[in-house]
Write a protein that binds this ligand. Structure first.
Ligand code: C2E
Ligand code: MG
Ligand code: MG
Length: 396
C-alpha cells in the first residue's frame, strides 16, 4: 500500500478528513437551494490540505473510491442529523470519481447507505465529471442509469473544462450540467463567446437539464449568468466551501431570505419569454405548431411547457379531421376547407400572413361555444418549409 493511502486511512480514523460544503444559489432569487460536498484533509498542525494536493494521486490508483465512499457516508450522516433535529436541509452533491465504474453495485451501495441513515434519496446528487463520460461513455451511461434508477440526481461536472461536446447530453440522462469556471471566465469577454455560452444553456434547458455555473467570483459574472438564463450559481461571489458549522449557519439565515428585487431589472430573455408565454396562454389556451410541408404538428400544453415536454405530436391532416369532428356540423366544411394543407400553403404563397375562422366547438359538457382559430405563418431561417402557429381563443 502506498504511503498516501495509509495516511488517508489513518486520517479518516482520526476524523481528519472533513467535508466542506459550498452552497449553491438560485440565480434569480439568490436563495440557497443546494450545496456541493468537498473533501478537505486536516493536518496535525491544523492546516488544511486542499483536494488538488491529494486527489490526483488517489485518482491514479483505485483508492479515490475509498475517499468517495467516506465522503458519501459523512454527507448522509450530516443530512440525517439535520432532518432528525427537524432543521431545514437542501440536497447535497457528492463527487464520484470515474474509478467507480470498476466497482460492482455502486448504485445499490449508495441506496443502502442512504437507507441505513433513513434519508430520502432525493437529498443526494451525484457529480460525475465530463471527462469520465468522454473516456468511458458506455460504462458511464450504465452507471448513470443505475444511479437514476435508485432515485438519485446526476450532474455532469466540469463541463467546458476540456473539449466539450453537448452531444453526449442526448445519450446520458443527466439532471444537471455544471459549467466549468474556465468557460465562464472566457465567455464573459466577447459577444461571440457569449452567444456560445447562451446556446449551451438553451440546449441544456430544452433537454430539461438544470444548469449551474461554477466558480462565479464577480458581480459581472453573476449578472451575465442571470441574464443568459443560467439556473443556479456556485462560487466565491456567494460563498467559498464552508466548514460544516458555517454551512449550518448559512442554512439558517439564507433559507429565510425573501426575494425583493424587481424581476424585470434582470433583463433576462429566459424570464421575459416565460412572462410572455404566461400572457399568451391566458388568451390562447391551445397552441399548435405545424409544418405544412411535412404534414406534422405538435401541440403545446401549457402545464407541461416549462418542463419542455411536447405532449402531443402527429400528422397534421389527421389533426384537422379530428378537430372538424368536434365542431358543429354546419361549420365542418368551412373549417376543413380553410385549414387543408394545400389551401393554407396556397394562401401563404399568395402573401397571406395569417388565416382566421370562427367555428362552434363542442365542449366536454356537450355545449357548443365559439372558438376563434388563427394560424400565423412563421419562418425558420434554416428551412423553406411552410410553418404555422395556431392560436385558439374561446369567444364565449
Ligand atoms: P469540483 O467538483 O469542480 O469542485 C469545485 C471546485 O471549485 C472546488 O475546489 C471549489 O472550491 C472551487 N471553487 C468554487 N467556487 C470557486 C470560485 O469562485 N473560484 C475559484 N477559483 N474556485 C472555486 P476544491 O474544493 O479544491 O476541489 C477541487 C476538485 O477536487 C473538485 O472539483 C473535485 O473534482 C475534486 N474533489 C473534491 N472533493 C472530492 C471528493 O470527495 N471526491 C472526488 N472524487 N473528488 C473530489
Ligand atoms: Mg464537483
Ligand atoms: Mg466542477
Amino acid at each position: 500500500m502506498s504511503e498516501l493511502i495509509e495516511d488517508l486511512k489513518l486520517a479518516m480514523d482520526r476524523g481528519d478528513i472533513l467535508v466542506y460544503y459550498q452552497p449553491q444559489y438560485h440565480a434569480i432569487t439568490k436563495r440557497l437551494c443546494g450545496a456541493e460536498a468537498l473533501a478537505r484533509w486536516r493536518m496535525e498542525d491544523g492546516s488544511i490540505r486542499e483536494p488538488k494536493e491529494f486527489i490526483p494521486e488517489l485518482e491514479d490508483t483505485f483508492h479515490i473510491c475509498t475517499l468517495d465512499w467516506f465522503i458519501f457516508e459523512a454527507v448522509c450522516k450530516f443530512i440525517a442529523r439535520r432532518l432528525r433535529e427537524q432543521l431545514p436541509m437542501v440536497p447535497i452533491a457528492v463527487n464520484m470519481s470515474r474509478q467507480h465504474i470498476r466497482e460492482m453495485h455502486v448504485a445499490g451501495r449508495m441506496a443502502e447507505i442512504c437507507d441505513h441513515y433513513g434519508i430520502d434519496h432525493s437529498y443526494i446528487e451525484i457529480e460525475l465529471t465530463e471527462s469520465s463520460y468522454v473516456e468511458s461513455p458506455d460504462e458511464m451511461s450504465l452507471l448513470v442509469e443505475a444511479i437514476h434508477s435508485k432515485g438519485f440526481q446526476v450532474s455532469i461536472d466540469d463541463f467546458g473544462h476540456g473539449l466539450s461536446s453537448l452531444g453526449f447530453l442526448g445519450h446520458i440522462e443527466a439532471d444537471r450540467l455544471k459549467l466549468d469556471q474556465s468557460l465562464i471566465q472566457e465567455n464573459c469577454e466577447t459577444e461571440r463567446e457569449r452567444v456560445v455560452l447562451e446556446s449551451i444553456l438553451d440546449c441544456a434547458h430544452r433537454l430539461n437539464v438544470v444548469t449551474i455555473a461554477e466558480g462565479v467570483e464577480t458581480k459581472e459574472q453573476l449578472n451575465f449568468m442571470r441574464t443568459a438564463g443560467c439556473n443556479l450559481i456556485q462560487g466565491f461571489f456567494f460563498d467559498p466551501p464552508l466548514r460544516e458549522l458555517d454551512f449550518e449557519n448559512r442554512l439558517e439565515t439564507s433559507l429565510q431570505q425573501i426575494f425583493t428585487e424587481d424581476i424585470l431589472s434582470i433583463q433576462s430573455t429566459a424570464v421575459a419569454k416565460q412572462l410572455l408565454l404566461d400572457a399568451v396562454f391566458t388568451g390562447y389556451p391551445l397552441i399548435i405548431y405545424a409544418n405544412l410541408t411535412r404534414n406534422s404538428f405538435y401541440m403545446m400544453n401549457y402545464e407541461n411547457f416549462t418542463s419542455q415536454h411536447c405532449p402531443s405530436t402527429g400528422v397534421f391532416s389527421e389533426l384537422i379531421e379530428q378537430g372538424a369532428a368536434t365542431m358543429h356540423p354546419e361549420d365542418r366544411d368551412l373549417f376543413k376547407s380553410t385549414f387543408r394543407r394545400e389551401s393554407q400553403i396556397a394562401r401563404y404563397r399568395a402573401g397571406a400572413k395569417s388565416i382566421s375562422v370562427i367555428t362552434r366547438q363542442c365542449g366536454d359538457d356537450g355545449i357548443y361555444r365559439r372558438v376563434n382559430t388563427t394560424n400565423y405563418f412563421v419562418q425558420n431561417p434554416h428551412v423553406d418549409d411552410v410553418l404555422v402557429i395556431t392560436l385558439c381563443q374561446n369567444l364565449d
